[in-house]
Design a protein around this ligand. Structure first.
Ligand SMILES: NC(=O)c1ccc[n+]([C@@H]2O[C@H](COP(=O)([O-])OP(=O)(O)OC[C@H]3O[C@@H](n4cnc5c(N)ncnc54)[C@H](OP(=O)(O)O)[C@@H]3O)[C@@H](O)[C@H]2O)c1
Length: 326
């Protein structure tokens, strides 16, 4: 099969190689998927670039990308034979595994291939594993009922943020997003947005909410936005933080959060498992089947274009998830 891989960390154009690899064989309980679309997330790009000084490759050769979509073409021993031919989207494909979706074929546990409805394209399916499920996890992973609540989604035009805006609205919440331009505000799908680069976010949120503040924050940059969180979160509110790239070791404002009885959740989608994952997948499947979600696909070209596509993700100059047609 044709695949892309790296054998050492480095810049995309140097580290990524294209060529032929042996076809994978599905093991017991696994499915073999003909990959049609491969989604590229910031985490794939950071992992290929070299996670941190001194980090060592977990495997000698890594086919990147956790997200993707395609069709099941075979199953391993004891696998679900009735699923051959099924369209699927994939999750955690390259999480603690050597082979991700930047290849024509992938073998992975059957539960990591979720049915993809006919009304959702493969490219859209390749946006679900990390961006959509992270958004669901942040909003609903703790069993929250958002009806009538106000949710602040920071970075509402991001791949995760835009799904969070949509999913919070679907749950009956009023959604305020922070963005860096009006174009991104419209893209976010939030009812209201604030340009966080030109405006005082805390002032704006308190004005918009008539001084009430927000019930929940879906946070893309915990450290950078902590002061805003302290200022706008209602007592007993929740912060669901999925990144803190602006300040990776922030000093926690413990007592302001404590006296407001705040719940601080830090979450990573790779660890969404078991009952909670099943709940998330069921809800996502329902939304997909009814066409309730829109997906922001940024066409990244074919597998041959993988290095340029990684650079596009790195640049941040994209509105949505960069997806390769495989
Ligand atoms: N924990 C998890 O499971 C998980 C899952 C997915 C992603 N992540 C991480 O989350 C981050 C975002 O991922 P993504 O795929 O959504 O990336 P993305 O599509 O590039 O979006 C990031 C968004 O965050 C905005 N942003 C950056 N700093 C901000 C700040 N201080 N305040 C408000 N908005 C800010 C950017 O807005 P502007 O460019 O307009 O400033 C951009 O719209 C990445 O670091 C990624 O690694 C974590």
């Amino acid at each position: 099969m044709k695949a892309a891989w790296y054998t050492d960390y480095g810049p995309a154009a140097e580290a990524l190689h294209l060529g032929e690899m042996p076809d994978p064989l599905p093991g017991p309980g696994e499915v073999l998927v003909r990959v049609r679309a491969s989604g590229i997330n910031p985490t794939d790009v950071k992992r290929r670039a070299g996670p941190r000084p001194g980090a060592e490759m977990a495997f000698p050769q890594i086919v990147p990308h956790s997200d993707g979509a395609g069709e099941i073409i075979a199953v391993g021993a004891g696998g679900p034979a009735e699923r051959v031919g099924q369209r699927v989207w994939l999750w955690n494909a390259q999480w603690q595994r050597a082979q991700g979706t930047a290849a024509e074929l992938i073998a992975l546990p059957a539960e990591q291939a979720v049915p993809l409805p006919e009304n959702t394209s493969f490219a859209e399916g390749a946006c679900l594993g990390i961006p959509a499920m992270t958004a669901w996890y942040a909003l609903y992973g703790d069993g929250a009922d958002l009806a009538g609540q106000t949710v602040l989604v920071t970075g509402g035009a991001g791949a995760v943020g835009r799904y969070a805006c949509q999913m919070a609205r679907l749950g009956g919440a009023r959604v305020i997003a922070t963005v860096s331009s009006d174009e991104k505000g419209a893209h976010s799908t939030a009812q209201e947005w604030i340009n966080y680069r030109t405006h005082d976010v805390a002032d704006c949120v308190m004005r918009i909410t008539g001084g009430a503040g927000v019930d929940r924050i879906v946070e893309v940059d915990f450290g950078a936005n902590q002061d805003v969180s302290v200022a706008v979160l209602k007592p007993s509110g929740t912060i669901a933080a999925y990144a803190s790239a602006g300040d990776m070791t922030p000093v926690l404002q413990f007592y302001p959060f404590l006296f407001a009885n705040v719940t601080l959740r830090m979450l990573i989608c790779y660890h969404l498992q078991g009952v909670a994952r099943a709940r998330g997948e069921a809800q996502l499947s329902e939304w997909l089947a009814t066409g309730a979600l829109s997906h922001a696909v940024v066409r990244g070209g074919a597998l041959d274009d993988i290095a340029r596509a990684h650079e596009l993700v790195e640049s941040g100059a994209k509105l949505g998830t960069v997806v390769l047609d495989v």
